[in-house]
Write a protein that binds this ligand. Structure first.
Ligand code: ACM
Length: 522
């Protein structure tokens, strides 16, 4: 059995993001080498899958191919252990987002010959595995050049500050393929993001198949911003995305934006807009010009079909009904519409979420407001006892340009360089929104100016890890000057995985200590 010399490595060289709750340094590091194996505390499919995930990531990172539960083990052991206890058993379903019972707490214990990752719940074990991935030396080399990989000795105890840690992708302005969305999920999961909100419909395109209303995608999915061919997910493809997210302990929140942002659907079914005209597909980027008819029962029958079909494919607890920028919907019509659709969503067994404007309808604490622009609306949400998701555009919109010269993104809410994105305190940012009403944080990525994975990554990285930390780590753990050093180390992960990040000049990026020899991606 190989042993690591004392002090061969320590946690400060690793760049852990998000920062765990507590780290206690230990004397002896843990070696990973060819005889190291992965051991699971039982042989359920769930744990074996988790072990397989761990093995794949280690292989892609280092080239080491580790056995799972071998009959005759001889090397060091990475143990994955589920330890349910009566008081923290909680609800294991992915629908559960109660911060007290989501079971995302985990521990990592690193000894000389055993490295143990433990949690009461699979979701916690999965988050612990992400931390473990970050404990493996961040080198651009493989087993061929480096036979032993040292993990520093010690203990980590960790749990999230917020149960809701989200990212949103706009697949409507530009369409992104299943493969592109899966790649984003891979990267989000590494930073412990557990919500992917998909903005599935907008003026420019309708991106999800609805069996009862086939023209939504046949007609409404044909184009995208700039006039390109657009696209859509079949229900089978959407289900595949939901399942892929679920394997990463991530919940997909579907959004159908209404009553505004609905031009594409009205091109397919002109009765929806109530103005007697058939609009054309729109490939520009203006907002606020479309609405549905709030005074036609047929519109609500249609919405019910859409909400029911999508809800049946979405195991998560939420349905996002949009509700933003309905500038051509008369105020009383907007209120009627949001009230009616909120009820339809609840009838489908889901909790309604809407952009902050929805608080101007008769919403109550059974709906959730996503604060993006209006402090006043955030205040109304609080008065009504509604939970709030924090996505202030000036801080958390991933599509805001880093600076004037940035090739992608917009700047209507301002420029958001990497420090601006990180330096704010969710607990005090929206005046008057108390911590107990903050459900969590979400970083939306609108796609007017981006159309592929490289462009997604240019805007998301390096800002996304900061939002993940704002959502996971407690405020007293966060300090820009210290964080900057950990962020600088992400370049090694980004490079290994060919992430097209924006190399912000505010960060002193770390270059590979050993010449790259690419073997795959983790
Ligand atoms: C939004 O950015 N219109 C929610």
């Amino acid at each position: 059995m190989i042993e690591i010399e004392q002090g061969a490595s320590d946690f400060s060289t690793l760049g852990l993001i998000p920062m765990p709750l507590t780290i206690e340094e230990g004397a002896h590091g843990f070696p990973i080498y060819k005889d190291t194996y992965i051991k699971t505390s039982d042989s359920t499919e769930l744990l074996l899958q988790m072990a397989q995930f761990t093995a794949e990531k280690i292989f892609q990172h280092s080239g080491l191919s580790l056995d799972i539960n071998p009959l005759n083990p001889s090397g060091t052991a990475i143990e994955l252990e589920l330890t349910p206890t009566e008081e923290n058993e909680g609800d294991t379903t992915e629908n559960n987002l109660d911060p007290n019972t989501t079971g995302e707490a985990y521990g990592i214990w690193v000894g000389k010959s055993v490295l143990k990752i433990t949690s009461a719940q699979p979701s916690g074990l999965f988050r612990g595995i992400q931390t473990f991935r970050q404990l493996i030396p961040n080198l651009a080399t493989t087993i061929d050049n480096k036979p032993v990989w040292e993990v520093p000795g010690g203990n980590i105890e960790d749990a999230p500050n917020y149960a809701f840690r989200g990212a949103m992708l706009d697949v409507a302005r530009h369409f992104f393929t299943v493969q592109e969305v899966k790649r984003y999920i891979d990267l989000l999961a590494y930073y412990k993001i557990n919500i992917l909100h998909l903005h599935l419909t907008d003026d420019q395109g309708w991106r999800i198949e609805i069996k009862k209303w086939p023209k939504l995608t046949e007609v409404g999915g044909k184009k995208e911003v700039g006039g390109g061919p657009g696209g859509f997910y079949t229900q089978a493809q959407y289900k595949d995305l939901v399942a892929y997210a679920s394997k990463h302990y991530m919940t997909i929140i579907p959004e159908v934006d209404m009553p505004g942002h609905t031009n594409a659907a009205s091109v397919a079914y002109p009765f929806l807009n109530g103005n007697g005209k058939t609009p054309e597909l729109y490939t520009g980027t203006e907002v606020g010009f479309s609405t549905w008819d709030a005074n036609n029962e047929k519109v609500y029958d249609f919405v019910e079909d859409v909400v029911n079909e999508i809800s049946a494919l979405s195991p998560g607890p939420y349905f996002h009904l949009g509700g933003d920028e309905s500038h051509v919907t008369k105020k009383p019509d907007y209120i009627t519409f949001v009230n009616r659709v909120s009820e339809i969503v609840k009838q489908a067994g889901k909790t309604p979420i809407g952009w902050d404007e929805i608080v101007t309808a008769d919403t109550d604490s059974s709906a959730i407001a996503q604060f993006w622009a209006s402090e006043k609306n955030a205040g109304i949400a609080v008065q009504k006892g509604m939970k709030v998701i924090l996505s202030p555009a000036k801080k958390a919109y991933l599509d805001m340009q880093y600076k004037e010269e940035s090739p992608y993104g917009l700047h209507w809410a301002g420029y958001v360089p990497v420090d601006t994105a990180y330096i704010w305190t969710p607990e005090t940012y929206a005046k008057g929104v108390p911590k107990e009403l903050i459900l969590g944080i979400e970083a939306p990525l609108w796609s007017e100016t981006i159309s592929n994975s490289d462009e997604i990554e240019y805007l998301a990285f390096p800002r996304l890890p900061g939002y993940a930390e704002l959502a996971w780590s407690s405020p007293e753990k966060r300090d820009w000057n210290e964080y900057k050093g950990r962020l600088a180390l992400q370049s090694l992960f980004f490079d290994r995985n060919k992430v097209n990040y924006y190399p912000s000049e505010k960060i002193d990026w770390v270059k590979p200590p050993i010449a790259p020899k690419t073997i795959g991606k983790d």
